[in-house]
Structure formats: C-alpha cells, structure tokens
Design a protein around this ligand. Structure first.
Ligand code: KG4
Ligand code: ZN
Length: 337
C-alpha cells in the first residue's frame, strides 16, 4: 500500500525528540526537555549529548507506541543533520543511521532551519499553512533569520543576525536580572504586567534586513549597572518595567525588519517559527498588523514552534516523495555544524 509513515528524530540542541507522521498528519511528537542545564544558566554541550544518549531509545519507543505502529511499518527515518551542537547531533545521527540500517529503510537528512519553516505544513486543525511564496521568520535561542521561501525546497536567507540571536538576548538579559534559564518565557510573563515605555533602550542601526541584538544586551547591562549603583534593589523593585521595556525594544527591532522585508520583496505572508515565536508581544504585534492588512500572519501551534521532531518528519515526508535519501549503506550520512 502507499501509506507513508516517517519517523523524525531531533537532537540538535537540548531537546531529545521523536515523532511519527502519517503523510502530513502527526501521530506522535514526544519531546524530552533536558532539565540539567537550568542550574548552569545555559545549555552545557557535554551534558546535552549525555542526556540525548540516555533519552533517545525511550523517546523513540514512546513515539512509536503513541502512534500505534511498529518499527516494521516505518517507511523511512528522518534525522536532524545540522546545524546544532556536534555531540548532540552525533547521538541522533548515529541512532537514526543504525535504526534505518536494521530496518532496511531509507534514511533522510534534514536541515534544522528548513524544518522550522516547514513546520507550518504539519497537518493540524489548530494551524493553517501559508501559501508560497512566504517569508519565514526563524527566531530562537540559536537563530534569527528572515528566509524567502518559494517552495518546500527553494529557500533563501535574506536577513540574519550579525551577532546574538533574539532568544539569546532574552536569556542573557534575564540572567542579568537573576531570572532562571531559559528566561524568555519568564520575561514574557513579567513584561505583561509592566510598562513598555518606562525605560528607553535605543535600537541598533543595521543596514538592510540583517539584525543585531548584542547592542541591546549591552545597553541593558550598562543600564542595570548604573541604576543598581544608585539603588541596590533597583532590579527587584522595577523588574516588570525593565522586562516590558526590553521586550518592547526587541519586538520593535524585529517588526522593523519584517516590515522592511515585506517592502523589499512584496511578500505579505509572514510565517514565524522557533522558540521565541511563543512570545506574546510578538504574536500581538503580528496579529495587529494582520488585522490592519499589512501582512498575513501564520503562527504555528506552540509545540511546533520549539525544537521538535514532527518538523523533522514533515521535511522527511517531502523528501521521501522526492526520493531524496541519504546513502546510509555507504555510511555517508553527513553532519553540518
Ligand atoms: O527553538 P527553541 O526551543 O530552541 C532553540 O534555541 O533552537 O528556542 C528556545 C528559545 C530560548 O531562548 C527561550 O528563552 C525562547 O526560545 N523563548 C521565549 C519564549 N518562549 C521561549 N522568548 C521570549 N518569549 C517567550 N514566550
Ligand atoms: Zn531550533
């Protein structure tokens, strides 16, 4: 029969994930988030690979069990080939290669960034898929890009960060305020109760569609140093306003570039992805612009925004249809860091 079942495996950073898709329909999407990094205020690569090694088999078993299929029914295995942390990628790649060999089914290499963009095509009642061409906005702890997407396989990066990723700016500013890691969602919550214009942080001047977030981070750092010299309790007393003002500036930097990209390309379909697309101020800004017909916003379900294997499997499905397989029998499956 022509039923296609793809097992997706994602291990590029600190989430071990496995998912089974029946064509574009997700049957399971299991995500084991590693807690070990919280105490360190950031992802520790060595600990991440160890945790992947521990999690990978149980996570894959659970994904198959929840999907209600056996490994023998799988059509192919898709895994994240990069970009990501070397040790983390190796665990997923080695597992995927071995499993595909044992089952004698094709192995499919997936680029993590392409997967964030094609996550919009996972079939789910709670999300609508964009039409081509669209502008993919990938915003996470590791990436900040504007990508012109003409088809599932034709994508061009037309803007990206020259330094820190937007999520990194959230996490690092949060660390300055002694917030737990990852600070992005905590800042989002605190900001909701603060005044976004309480403090002013200037926006960087970057040509074209590229971004810079390290200047904002430094501006917040100097501001906090100056204020805590005058009042040691400044951060505790003003945390909501600091968060709201920082977030307001970060969102405004992002929206400026999205508007510039729309003006430059004439494309109004805006599809966001990556962990930071969970941010409520970004969602609000996009939905408001959508309501004013300035753009058409596509915001995926949260579980498809952050790193997950369903997005790896959807790329796997499109590549499967093209018979775009890695040559695992020749041990040529590659890694890109
Ligand atoms: O895509 P993701 O799970 O992993 C990668 O970095 O690839 O994204 C994680 C990032 C972290 O920086 C986290 O702080 C940020 O997404 N994040 C948020 C929110 N939820 C997650 N940033 C701002 N507001 C949020 N609500
Ligand atoms: Zn990611």
């Amino acid at each position: 029969n022509d039923s296609v079942y793809i097992l997706g495996i994602e291990s590029s950073c600190d989430d071990t994930s496995a998912a089974v898709l029946h064509h574009r329909l997700p049957l399971s999407n299991v995500i084991a988030t590693q807690k070990v990094h919280e105490a360190y205020g950031g992802v520790v690569p060595e600990l991440a690979s160890r945790a992947h090694q521990k999690n990978i088999v149980p996570v894959v078993y659970q994904a198959l069990a929840e999907a209600g299929i056996t490994a023998k029914e799988l059509s192919a295995i898709a895994y994240t080939q990069g970009p990501g942390l070397m040790g983390s990628l190796l665990v997923g790649a080695s597992f995927a290669k071995s499993f595909a060999m044992a089952l004698n089914i094709p192995l499919i290499e997936v680029n993590h960034m392409q997967a964030h963009l094609l996550a919009h095509f996972i079939e789910d009642d709670a999300q609508k898929s964009p039409t081509f061409p669209f502008l993919g906005i990938t915003i996470s702890g590791g990436h900040t890009q504007i990508v012109k997407v003409d088809s599932a396989f034709k994508m061009d990066v037309i803007g990206e960060t020259l330094d820190d990723a937007i999520g990194e700016a959230f996490d690092k500013c949060g660390k300055m305020m002694k917030l737990d890691y990852p600070a992005g969602p905590i800042i989002d919550k605190l900001a909701a109760k603060g005044n976004p214009t309480a403090f002013r942080f200037s926006k960087p001047k970057v040509e074209g569609l590229n971004f810079s977030f390290s200047g904002l981070k430094t501006a917040v750092l100097y501001f906090l140093q100056r204020e805590t010299q005058k009042n040691p309790n400044f951060i505790e007393e003003h945390i909501k306003d600091i968060c709201a003002s920082f977030q307001y500036t970060a969102v405004s930097i992002l929206m400026d570039k999205i508007n510039a990209a729309i003006a430059q390309t004439g494309i109004k379909n805006i599809a966001i992805g990556g962990g930071v697309s969970a941010n409520s101020a970004i969602r609000k800004a996009l939905l408001e612009a959508d309501a004013k017909n300035q753009l058409i916003a596509y915001i995926p379900k949260f579980e498809y925004c952050t790193d997950n294997a369903a997005m790896i499997a959807i790329v796997g499905y499109y590549k499967f249809k093209e018979k775009d397989f890695a040559q695992h029998k020749l041990a040529q499956a590659r890694l890109t860091i």
